[in-house]
Write a protein that binds this ligand. Structure first.
Ligand SMILES: [Zn+2]
Length: 519
């Protein structure tokens, strides 16, 4: 996800005095007996909150999060991260299927049997170029140029795994019927796993899904958010020649890429402001004195669900124009992934919100406040430290301004889904930037993911034990589906891009390992 703030349409504001009082009462750990009595927490829910609140649980999953942060594996190269999470779930009694939907790092971990089936989503991939030392409030890479966890995904499948194991403990202790599943979802940063996982049938029979994303705040939201997206690599083929000796013999594939990019940059002027596109040139030749016979450019084309296909067609026209002008062939248009906007379920968000308010914002200590303020000073933003209150659930404004994308979007169209954003980052830290990498290692990430896991587990318990609550989600979803049936943007012949990040990860894996060993 490009920026958690774009992930859901939601807003922050003060809580009511009543809720605030409750949050203060709970802020320093698991619900106290007094608070439990006040809010009448069901025994199943109390069990998951107590289990997750144990210091050894906080430490166990904190260390898993830190290990995934340190290996900083790019999408579909998350071999160590995926294995650590899958092994942890397997050791806790889950049945784990690995290497699913054509992706070696995709897994599904299940516990229990029969209905209802509640799914938890979890991501674990890093971003290129963002290497940064943890909890150091100025730019200071672990390995210059290496990947880093600039979106906090190291804490996310970790939170889902912790929540699922807590739910399993409650299922065993209280004889709860149904199934809890963790969907280990690779490569969210290239929005590349969920459409393939859906196509492989992994979500069949799932009654509701709770997604999560790291953030600085603690909240949820509903309605339509983020952008739909086509991720496509355009490859051009021309003819080599001596660039000075006989350039008229050559046909430059790089010319086609450049003309395509000029054309799309003119196209930008005539698109609604919410539509966005950006590109990187993957191949553009090897040396100036050889006319490049091969060049490729990777585009993200983003719009609303309604506007995406038309916008994509116009970008494809720009590619064709580039090929025509340069006299080369547009050899391939490889769709890496194609995804929908997120359509989060209101009933799910309302249920989740109650549990977020029950759990409350973690209490941050002086060191954590000091780090946050030092980072905020470095970034030139208000030095307000870590947040004190959870977010309030607010209705979507109806103002669509575009922004990032997540392949969770497709999941929201096949089963009722909402996302919990949990804290950990200092407010003002920037997504896909070294400052976010610095935040998601160590204590604030440990506490944030633990609070997130509590809200996820408590919400899953509600859905497993209160048929009336699940029915509300399902009814809303079924009515919505009549108007917005799921029709994947992903072409039927698209294949998971298992190769895309391999070379880059191979380049940095050993150096990151060495840096870690030397610590
Ligand atoms: Zn993200």
């Amino acid at each position: 996800m490009n920026d958690p703030s774009h992930r859901l349409i939601r807003h922050r504001s003060l809580l009511s005095a009543l809720v605030f009082a409750l949050v203060l009462g709970l802020a320093s750990g698991p619900p106290a007996a007094g608070a439990a009595a006040k809010t009448k927490i069901a025994k199943e829910k109390q069990l998951v909150l107590d289990w997750l609140g144990k210091p050894e649980t906080v430490e166990k999953f904190g260390k898993i999060s830190d290990a995934i942060w340190a290996s900083a594996e790019l999408g579909l190269q998350e071999f160590e991260s995926s294995k650590l999470l899958a092994d942890t779930l397997e050791a806790a009694g889950f049945t784990v299927e690995r290497g699913l939907a054509g992706m070696p790092t995709c897994f599904v971990a299940s516990y229990g049997s029969g209905k209802p089936v509640i799914g938890l989503l979890g991501e674990f991939d890093a971003l290129p170029m963002l290497s940064q030392k943890g909890r150091v409030p100025k730019k200071d890479p672990v390995v210059e140029g290496a990947p880093g966890h600039g979106c906090g995904h190291n804490a996310m499948c970790t939170a889902a795994a912790a929540a699922a194991i807590a739910v399993k403990e409650a299922m065993v202790a209280h004889g709860i019927k149904g199934t809890i599943k963790v969907f280990g979802s690779p490569a969210e940063e290239i929005v590349a796993s969920r459409p393939y996982m859906i196509r492989a049938g992994l979500f069949e029979g799932v009654d509701a899904v709770i997604d999560n994303h790291s953030s600085s705040g603690f909240g949820t939201g509903y309605g339509v958010g983020g952008n739909a997206l086509f991720s496509t690599i355009f490859t051009f083929k021309g003819k080599t020649a001596h660039s000075a000796g006989a350039p008229w013999v050559g046909r430059s594939a790089l010319d086609a890429v450049e003309i395509m990019d000029v054309a799309t940059n003119f196209l930008r002027e005539h698109l609604p402001i919410s539509q966005r596109m950006h590109y990187v040139i993957l191949e553009g030749g090897e040396a100036p004195n050889v006319v490049p016979d091969k060049a490729s450019v990777w585009y993200y084309v983003r719009s609303t669900d309604e506007g995406l296909e038309d916008m994509y067609k116009r970008v494809v026209d720009c590619a064709k124009a580039g090929a025509l002008a340069a006299g080369v062939e547009l050899a391939s248009m490889r769709v890496v992934s194609a995804i929908h906007q997120q359509h989060a379920n209101k009933a799910a968000a309302e249920l989740i919100q109650k549990n977020i308010e029950l759990v409350g914002m973690p209490a941050w200590d002086d060191e954590e406040q000091g780090f946050a303020k030092a980072l905020q000073k470095e970034l030139g933003v208000e030095q307000k430290g870590m947040p004190k209150e959870v977010d309030k659930l607010e209705a979507p404004t109806g103002m669509f301004v575009g922004g990032g994308s997540s392949d969770v979007g497709d999941v929201t169209l096949i089963t009722p889904t909402a996302t919990i954003t949990f804290p950990g980052a200092a407010p003002g830290a920037i997504g896909h930037h070294w400052s976010n990498v610095a935040c998601f290692y160590g204590s604030t990430a440990w506490k944030g993911l633990n609070a997130g896991a509590k809200a996820i587990a408590a919400s899953a318990i509600d859905l497993l034990t209160k048929p009336g609550e699940l029915a509300k989600l399902r009814k809303e979803f079924e009515e919505y589906s009549k108007v917005h049936p799921y029709k994947p943007f992903l072409p039927a012949d698209a294949q998971p891009p298992n190769d895309l990040n391999k070379e880059l990860m191979d380049k940095y894996r050993a150096a990151l390992g060495k840096a870690l060993a030397g610590k």
